[in-house]
Design a protein around this ligand. Structure first.
Ligand code: ATP
Length: 236
């Protein structure tokens, strides 16, 4: 599936009555959620309520046991592994709690990597990596190994790496969870600010109300179901 072929508008990404268990432990029970193009959505909820599992199902990392996931008007969860990983590489970007960068590689290498894997030429990939590092205020650190960077710097490199492929959706799971509150706020401001400039949808799982305050909308996950954070009703 190419991004250009996606029939828009309509919800960009949808979970419809998704269920997912780990062995006998149910993590999601008929979880439904709809996200529009360009929206910044925060997913909140108690520990163990199913937030990360929902994010992984929406991103096509996990396939649900039941229910459906739709992206750009097409069914995502029934695609084969190869097509789902291609979609993740081309249309999605990821920022997780611990940047998941390659520590032995430089910041520029890490940011260029998704482009090189997508067969962008080396010169262009590094040019674009440097452009994104500059936008994340990291140009001076382009040649440093990411294993030597601070937590906040590492997360900014992770944001640059997530945005460099110009994805439709960025999935962020506790992106500021390992940072102090000031550094976390700065990372979120940069992530959300740049995503808005690019028209990228952001779905962020967080425990932090200040992170959620950057979003256009919040939903709550409780006992594997998506609810309205204020009314407590199940979202349909
Ligand atoms: N790999 C796994 N094996 C077994 N059970 C799991 C696994 N991953 C998650 N679970 C269980 O599934 C449920 C939902 O977990 P999930 O990680 O989605 O919750 P969460 O809301 O993201 O939690 P947290 O806020 O603590 O990260 C929990 O009961 C958890 O114990």
């Amino acid at each position: 599936m190419t991004i250009d072929a996606l029939p828009l508008p309509g919800p960009l990404l949808e979970a419809r009555s998704v269920e997912r268990s780990y062995g006998r432990t149910p993590a999601l029970r008929e979880a439904s959620l709809s996200v529009t193009s360009g929206e910044v959505l925060a997913i909140m909820g108690p520990s163990g309520s199913g937030k990360s599992t929902l994010l992984h199902c929406l991103a096509g990392i996990f396939t649900p046991d039941a229910g459906e996931v739709w992206f750009g008007g097409r069914r995502l969860d029934t695609l084969g592994d190869a097509r789902r990983s291609e979609l993740r590489r081309t249309a999605f970007g990821f920022v997780f709690q611990f940047g998941q960068l390659v520590p032995e590689l430089t910041a520029a290498d890490n940011v260029a990597l998704p482009l090189l894997l997508g067969r962008t030429g080396r010169r262009q990939a590094y040019q674009r990596a440097r452009d994104w590092l500059r936008r994340l205020e990291l140009e001076d650190l382009a040649g440093r190994r990411t294993g030597e960077l601070s937590g906040g710097q590492t997360q900014r490199v992770a944001v640059a790496r997530a945005l460099v492929t110009r994805p439709k959706v960025i999935f962020a799971d506790e992106p500021t969870g390992a940072l102090d509150s000031l550094t976390g706020e700065k990372v979120m401001e940069l992530l959300v600010g740049l995503a808005r400039q690019e028209g990228t949808t952001v779905i962020v799982v967080t425990h932090d109300a200040r992170v959620a305050a950057c979003a256009d909308r919040e939903v709550m996950v409780r006992d594997g179901r998506v609810t309205d954070p204020y009314a407590g009703e199940v979202v349909r």
